[in-house]
Design a protein around this ligand. Structure first.
Ligand code: ATP
Length: 232
């Protein structure tokens, strides 16, 4: 069974007097994703890539269409079902600093979701945080620093460690390296690939950069004006 199946997904925004103007940000998108595979998503700015990623994750309410996760229709999930789903499906953003609290040391940033979702016992927490910082190839001494003391690449690794703590099966990576210089970008992309190999995570990998998407993806979807116009 496919890990993810998206069927005729739409996300429309209504504006203007009597909400009569319609902007079709995502307009009937369908795709499938196997466990452990990456679908790259490319297209011009404003074509709907981020909206599609967020709607699949149910961070945005779909206008219509279905999202099947392990065969289960999650389109109507609410309350605790949606919260549990939010652990298994994650997102990594371009600007990781914005999702880290500037007053929280790295240790707390990684431990916070573990506590919030009760993913480990209190006495196991330290070990788990150490495992996670190692998994993203950072040294343990960074655990006691603040985000402002770290480089862009280190911040992105910490954002990835936070997400990994939740043992996600599916991650939307929304331009995860576009703010980084080329060398650091290459290192983060390699990290994501190795995490995929080690943990069997599936990715929807969003980028402007065709070269990056080619290197990362098993299949590439090209988006234009809310629709997928080609699979390569
Ligand atoms: N809350 C909203 N209300 C109205 N329109 C929106 C809203 N959010 C996004 N849009 C519009 O939907 C379209 C798709 O936006 P989206 O951010 O998904 O594109 P994108 O392909 O990810 O662009 P980029 O590559 O620049 O991030 C854009 O025209 C945008 O202006």
């Amino acid at each position: 069974m496919k890990l993810l199946k998206v069927e005729d997904l739409k996300k429309y925004y209504y504006s203007g007097l009597f909400k009569k103007e319609v902007h079709k940000a995502v307009d009937g998108v369908s795709f499938e994703l196997e466990r452990g595979e990456t679908l790259g998503l490319v297209g011009k700015s404003g074509c709907g890539k981020s909206t599609l990623g967020r709607t699949v994750l149910r961070l945005l309410e779909p206008t219509s269409g279905r999202v099947l996760f392990e065969g289960q229709d999650i389109s109507g999930f609410k309350g605790s079902a949606l919260k549990n789903l939010g652990i298994r499906m994650q997102i990594i953003f371009q600007n990781s600093e914005s999702c880290l609290n500037p007053r929280m040391k790295v240790y707390e940033a990684i431990a916070e979701p573990l506590r919030l979702h009760r993913l480990c016992e209190r006495d196991e927490e330290k070990g788990r945080v150490q495992e996670l910082i190692e998994a993203v190839s950072l040294s343990e001494e960074l655990l006691f620093r603040y985000p402002r003391e770290l480089s862009g690449g280190q911040l992105q690794r910490i954002a990835i460690a936070r997400v990994l703590g939740m043992k996600p099966e599916f991650i939307v990576a929304d331009e995860p390296t576009s703010m980084l210089d080329p060398l650091v970008q290459a290192q983060i992309l390699s990290l994501l690939k190795s995490l995929q190999e080690n943990y069997g995570i599936s990715f929807l990998f969003i980028s402007h950069d065709m070269e990056v998407v080619k290197w990362m993806s098993d299949e590439i979807a090209v988006m234009e004006e809310g629709k997928i116009i080609d699979f390569r």
